[in-house]
Design a protein around this ligand. Sequence first.
Ligand code: EPU
Length: 336
Amino acid sequence: MIQTQVIPLKEYNTFHIDVTALYSFFCETEQDIFEILNTDIVKEKNILVLGGCSNMLFTQDVDDVVIFMRNKGIEIISETAENVFVKVSAGEVWDEFVEYCVSNNFGGIENLSLIPGTTGASPVQNIGAYGVEVKDVIFETEAIEILTGKKRIFNNKECNFAYRNSIFKEELKNKYIVLNVTFRLSKFPVLKLSYGNLISEIIHENSTIKDVRDAVIRIRESKLPNTDILPNAGSFFKNPIISNEHFTKLIKQFPQLVSYPAEDGKIKLAAGQLIDLCGWKGKKENGVGVHDKQALVIINYGNAAGKSILQFSEKIQNSVFKKFGVNIDREVRVYP
Ligand code: EPU
């Protein structure tokens, strides 16, 4: 375990916000985590667990104890005729795990190619893209309780997965640290191509999950900016879910609105389109701006402070509410 005192976080968060962390630990093994939980500083401070830090906006220096999960390991733990169960340590880079699955022809997460971050964050956030959510393939999640140091296994149901949400962001927020995730993958992959332009991108017969991965990478690279060049945190907002009644009124006024059926007869709208229709796409103010190819993405063009980015995002939320009467919630976590 490597412990440092004050460290700059700029290179560790994809928004490249220039803040520092007072106490930080890089955990390479489970034992490292147990040791940290026994230190005096943890009894006085909150813990902030960071993986790839690709979904975080810091608005001030971090006074919590920062734990960087860097434990590694990908292991096949069992197999059936149809499935393979793979246990992956939280610190594994997500896309490296996707690549491992695709090269072994284990199907299920190829649509989630190139999502930034680590595997430990995948159940917390229930990451999703191109018609797949990670909840569809998570078998169980093992986590450690911060207060007691006890390990617990959460089966899929116990994770309470919902759109970009789970028990780890709600009732058990900041109470557990994910150690590893076990995925149930398919030995006979069925391609999931229902999402928009995925079908047109995969044109030949007998396409493989490698073709799906390549297509997803092409689409993502064309729409989502590289965080090393244009620092950002992916979708800044979640797609809003509104009542059918509200939708019926809106669609009369704005017939171009994209919509998807959501739970309980509700309707999900595309936040990016709402922001786009408010005229924000490509707009820049004081080093902060909206990406010109995907209005859901906010970019730190200069050395913007987290607070300025937050204020900019609130202006966007206000204008969407004014035009459509729809609240768009943040997907990005804001510290503190
Ligand atoms: N649209 C616009 N203007 C824009 C952006 C989008 O009109 O500036 C329209 C598009 O034309 C499309 C619709 O809105 O008809 C949806 O857009 P897109 O397919 O790009 O997906 P999204 O809903 O904007 C979601 C996820 C992304 C994920 C993509 C692909 C959320 C908040 N975002 O975006 O996830 O990659 O679908 O599945 O659910 C992330 O979470 O960080 C992320 C990038």
